[in-house]
Design a protein around this ligand. Structure first.
Ligand SMILES: NC(=O)C1=CN([C@@H]2O[C@H](COP(=O)(O)OP(=O)(O)OC[C@H]3O[C@@H](n4cnc5c(N)ncnc54)[C@H](OP(=O)(O)O)[C@@H]3O)[C@@H](O)[C@H]2O)C=CC1
Ligand SMILES: C[C@H]1O[C@H](OP(=O)(O)OP(=O)(O)OC[C@H]2O[C@@H](n3cnc4c(=O)[nH]c(N)nc43)[C@H](O)[C@@H]2O)[C@@H](O)[C@@H](O)C1=O
Length: 309
């Protein structure tokens, strides 16, 4: 990519798309195409075709998706499957039709089987049953990977798939129930502190383990791989380190400064017991994360205070 290459970031108002935009701006890119979902609903094939035929982007970061935490995935199952399938299929097909030089599709660590061996190697894709709470989303994301492979196989398109681990950071969704665990806990601990509550309730048993990557680190990895990675196979993006949800809750509690007790609501789903990424392939391409979890959570908490007060 040259700094004057025409780059389309699908989903630039989201946490990840926003971080990719910041990274490209920082590197001096000056020909970036952006559309909000109200300007261009990516589920609409005709509109997406029209957009690509007029704009003719050379590089595409596909970071637009219907996204949410465990409860949103499990509640809006039809939307998570339909919206994500349509968005991916429309963009990937138009990227082929209008000669995009390179496209990066963003999947998720939930594409791996629920009980896959740990850490998760790229080759474990489609080797076992998926986690039930996010099966529709995972099926859509697996289809995105397969679209990239198929358009490469049949038409020679340079379409690559990256699988980020659980993310957090600037511009996250801090919704009380539809968000992911980290932004949800930031909100819950903050509100409990302000209200002087005696306890905060965490969903599930607290035993599942998760890995968290700061969104600006992910964006750096995406831009890096857009330059360096041209393989058919997917590639994981993560830290290679995880912790239990209980440990995460204790960390957020300390950073927010809440002095009360932690309770666990075991009627809520735990989801996948563990999904630790094997990041050796990423390391072999020369990239490693750099924001430590506590530092990242401190920045995210400042972002929450700025945007939600
Ligand atoms: N957050 C996480 O923990 C993880 C995220 N990912 C992946 O990273 C990518 C980005 O996620 P994230 O930034 O967190 O998600 P966000 O919800 O923050 O952003 C998603 C973006 O997608 C756009 N979008 C959604 N539906 C449509 C539509 N129908 N038409 C056009 N645009 C649409 C939205 O645009 P607008 O704002 O204009 O409405 C929004 O900006 C996704 O592919 C996701 O699967 C992968 C692993 C973990
Ligand atoms: C990124 C990833 O995100 C989703 O999967 P998930 O990893 O299970 O994500 P989550 O962040 O929602 O939960 C992680 C863990 O944390 C526990 N937990 C505690 N308390 C809260 C809480 O308050 N909110 C939430 N959401 N979870 C909580 C929760 O019970 C679970 O054990 C996918 O559906 C899929 O879409 C996907 O790709």
């Amino acid at each position: 990519m040259l700094t004057n290459s025409k780059v389309y970031i699908a989903g630039h108002r989201g946490m990840v798309g926003g971080a990719i935009l910041r990274k490209l701006n920082e590197l001096g890119f000056n020909n970036i195409v952006l559309k909000t979902s109200s300007e261009l609903d990516l589920r609409n094939q005709e509109n997406v075709d029209d957009f690509f035929s007029k704009e003719r982007p050379e590089y595409v970061f596909l970071a637009a998706a219907k996204v949410g935490g465990i409860l949103a995935n499990n509640t809006y199952r039809a939307e998570f499957l339909f919206d994500n399938l349509m968005i991916e299929a429309n963009i990937i097909h138009s990227a082929y039709k209008y000669g995009v030089k390179k496209l990066m599709f963003l999947g998720s660590s939930c594409i791996y089987p629920k009980l896959a061996p740990q850490p998760l190697q790229e080759e474990y894709l489609l080797t076992g049953p998926l986690e039930q709470t996010n099966e529709p989303y995972a099926i859509a994301k697996i289809t995105g990977i397969k679209l990239c492979e198929a358009y490469r196989d049949q038409y020679g398109c340079n379409f690559i798939s990256v699988m980020p681990t659980n993310l957090y950071g600037i511009g996250d969704n801090y919704h009380a129930s539809n968000s992911h665990v980290l932004p949800a806990l930031i909100r819950r601990f903050h509100e409990a502190k302000v209200n002087n509550d005696s306890s905060v309730t965490v969903w599930g048993t607290g035993k599942p383990k998760r890995e968290f990557l700061y969104a600006d680190d992910l964006a750096e990895a995406c831009v890096y791989l857009m330059e360096k990675y041209n393989e058919r196979e997917l590639i994981n993006i993560g830290t290679g380190e995880d912790l239990s949800i209980k440990e995460l809750a204790e960390t957020v509690k300390k950073i927010v400064g809440f002095g009360g007790e932690l309770l666990f609501d075991e009627s809520k789903p735990d989801g996948t017991p563990r999904k630790l990424m094997d990041v050796s392939k990423l390391a072999s391409f020369g990239w490693k994360y750099h924001t430590p979890l506590e530092e990242g959570i401190k920045s995210a908490y400042q972002d929450f205070l700025k945007t939600n007060n």
